[in-house]
Design a protein around this ligand. Structure first.
Ligand SMILES: [Zn+2]
Length: 142
């Protein structure tokens, strides 16, 4: 399996594309998640909640900027700047949510590839869930 560079996988995630092939979509519509890539067959999230850590961290970074504005007292010294920056941060949090979640999916994918778990085939699978290339399955890697 060719290794996808970190930067490429993250960029694909930001664009809401499959981190492995860059062709399939992560969502239908604005942010309705898809279970697997329609092109390469990668299952994005093997167990519900697998991408939780990466998704939460992506959300917290934007919220941290808002807390930083309050902490450094921007609201007292420059109220207009504060309101503009706060509104921009809220808009950023809302409008880029699917993109940040896609980055979370890409980071989860990279962690799976890096950990090389024998029970977690990140290779493409067919509709029945069998590997389409490479080994016969996890049991052959012992
Ligand atoms: Zn794919």
């Amino acid at each position: 399996m060719p290794t996808v560079p970190v930067r490429t996988a993250v960029w694909r995630g930001w664009r809401k594309r499959c981190p492995q092939c860059g062709q399939g979509t992560l969502y239908t519509g604005w942010a309705r998640p898809v279970n697997r890539c329609g092109v390469c067959g990668l299952v994005y999230e093997r167990n519900q909640g697998d991408t939780w850590f990466f998704t939460i961290m992506g959300d917290r970074l934007a919220i941290g900027v808002m807390i930083g504005l309050l902490y450094f007292g921007v609201h007292r010294s420059r109220p207009v700047v504060f309101l503009g920056a706060f509104a921009a941060a809220v808009a950023f949090v809302i409008l880029t949510a699917p993109n940040r979640w896609g980055v979370g999916t890409a980071l989860h994918y990279l962690a799976r590839v890096h950990l090389d778990d024998a029970d977690d085939p990140t290779r493409p699978t067919d509709a029945a869930g069998s590997l389409t290339s490479g080994t016969d399955g996890p049991s052959s890697r012992e």
